[in-house]
Write a protein that binds this ligand. Sequence first.
Ligand SMILES: Nc1ncnc2c1ncn2[C@@H]1O[C@H](COP(=O)(O)OP(=O)(O)O)[C@@H](O)[C@H]1O
Ligand SMILES: [Mg+2]
Length: 297
Amino acid sequence: MEVEIERIPTGVSKLDELLCGGIPRGFFVAVTGPPGTGKTVLCIHFIGEGLKRGEPCIYVTTEESRESIVRQAAQFGMDFGDALEMGNLIVIDALMREGGDPWTLYTLDVRSLVDKIIEAKKHLGYGHARLVIDSLSAFWLDKPAVARRDSYFVKKVLFQWGFTILAISQYAITTSAAFGFGVEHVADGIIRFFRSHRYGKLRRFLMIEKMRQTPHDTRLWEVEIIDGKGMILKAPTPLRAEDVRLPRHVMERIAESELYQEIVGEIYGTSATEQPLDAEMRGSGEDIERENSGRGR
Ligand SMILES: Nc1ncnc2c1ncn2[C@@H]1O[C@H](COP(=O)(O)OP(=O)(O)O)[C@@H](O)[C@H]1O
Ligand SMILES: [Mg+2]
């Protein structure tokens, strides 16, 4: 039976095509991947598209200042400054500005975040709104084990306020300590970015790893970010996932860390060893066999 689903276009036209028109309205989508791969740029497109359609939008940034988001948008031809003035866009930052700025977070905890977002939503008025949280994982950098519970709380509370949400989660590869798994496990969809720098050139990729209630493309696409224009999806690539994901020794180091074990334990409610997520991080037997036999790269 065909069920009509309202789509919220992301503003990256090829991506919308791959999603049969866009993200289903009301979804909580995790945008994840290493630094510099285009997570923020995608979110800026999502907000820019909303503003173009006259929809109210909220952008929470814990990573950058309000001004930096406005500047980045301007480089892709989107006037966020004007939208801020017109009152169609609210950018909440975490700069803890002095002088009682109403749209600044003074503490990085999930409850204050949700309260501030609801306050902004009331300010913008009734109806559907777009929301970006860049990044949600910033709220538990020092306590990743609560990530899933907190992500669930954010999703559950904000669902009642008529948002379609992009929530960025990121990994701190260097410390192997902070993971996006909490966000990903509660999300209705996952858009994952990858990067590779072989042959002296940085390349970025994207894959729609999950999107509930909709058919979607499942290939790995090469992404380009162009000055004056923004993000485009160039072409699907024949590269294998193992060509662009973290190197095996990094994955193993993460899998062996105490924090990771704690998180997997928290997610599955039991000890981490042999749980699906754990097995995924350590690579499947087949993968290892291929690498050992030299048939891999
Ligand atoms: N005006 C621009 N022209 C070309 N590339 C840009 C421009 N602005 C940003 N980029 C590219 O986008 C990258 C940042 O992407 P971003 O979405 O902020 O990454 P992250 O995944 O960490 O959020 C930069 O490192 C740069 O390569
Ligand atoms: Mg970013």
